[in-house]
Write a new protein. Structure first.
Length: 277
């Protein structure tokens, strides 16, 4: 067996795939040739070390690089990375955007340190908030001058449209209060029931006409009862007489005095008759 053939069959020898004749020839060549013997020993030692050694941990950006090569359509631009930064820090990113965001952070050298810088800036802001600082002199006046054009806030009136909107809002707050809302709901239900059951055309006018017809029929039924009408008439007359006696007690005395003739009126009548004669 030649050395070139020995090298070609080395992998099959280590995997145990050689037949008996070829394996005998392979072993004989390894014993006779010192170069091939050293090669076989080196390969066996390398395989032994690889089997016992601990595999190295993959790089953090390995998955990102693999996905970048296999699925380039899922890549994220730097502008999108900055737009989603706040949602990422707040924990509001969906799973798909979250993994795309982290892949971009692992691959982009400009955006890798951006989240840490933002977090440190937020922490510094909270530190400054806890430190009380004196208010600069005349700050309030400068703010009014810059925003309203005057230092007297009382001199500035809201526009007419804003005042009208505020006035309408005050009335609407009263109208849409919970108590009135309940009453309005009851009235609306009553109108809907009335228009669907009483009205012939489904309108409020039809409900009004139906109520008039119902009142007319009720009056006719009461008028067709003679006994009840007579009793009712007598009762009404009695009630009217009682009210008249209670409210005007001097009326009867006036009627009696008017019925009795006075002496002067009697003498006047006699004189009139004599003159006629």
């Amino acid at each position: 067996m030649l050395c070139s053939e020995f090298e070609d069959r080395l992998t099959d020898y280590l995997d145990g795939l050689l037949d008996a004749t070829t394996q005998v020839a392979f072993n004989g060549h390894a014993l006779r040739c010192p170069v091939c013997h050293d090669l076989l020993s080196e390969v066996k030692n390398t395989l032994r070390v690889c089997r016992t050694a601990t595999p190295p941990a993959p790089a953090a950006s390995l998955d990102a690089r693999i996905l970048m090569q296999t699925a380039p359509e899922t890549a994220m631009t730097c502008d999108e990375f900055e737009d989603y930064l706040t949602d990422y820090l707040d924990g509001f990113l969906p799973a798909t955007l979250y993994h795309r965001w982290e892949r971009h952070a692992a691959l982009c050298g400009r955006c890798t340190n951006l989240p840490g810088e933002v977090v440190r800036s937020i922490g510094a802001c909270y530190t400054y908030i806890n430190e009380e600082r004196p208010v600069p002199a005349a700050l309030h006046a400068r703010i009014l001058q810059a925003t309203l054009g005057t230092t007297e806030a009382e001199l500035v009136r809201a526009p007419l449209g804003a005042r009208l909107a505020e006035w309408m809002r005050g009335w609407l707050d009263v109208i849409v209060s919970p108590q009135l809302a309940t009453v309005a709901t009851m009235l609306l239900v009553a109108v809907l029931v009335g228009t669907s059951t009483l009205s012939d055309d489904g309108s409020i006018g039809g409900m009004y006409r139906a109520s008039l017809r119902f009142a007319s029929r009720t009056y006719e039924r009461g008028a067709n009862l003679p006994v009840g009408r007579a009793v009712m008439s007598g009762d009404l007359k009695g009630v009217a007489g009682s009210l008249e006696n209670l409210l005007s007690p001097g009326t009867q005395n006036e009627k009696q005095n008017a019925a009795q003739p006075t002496p002067n009126s009697a003498n006047g009548q006699k004189q009139t008759e004599q003159q006629k004669r």
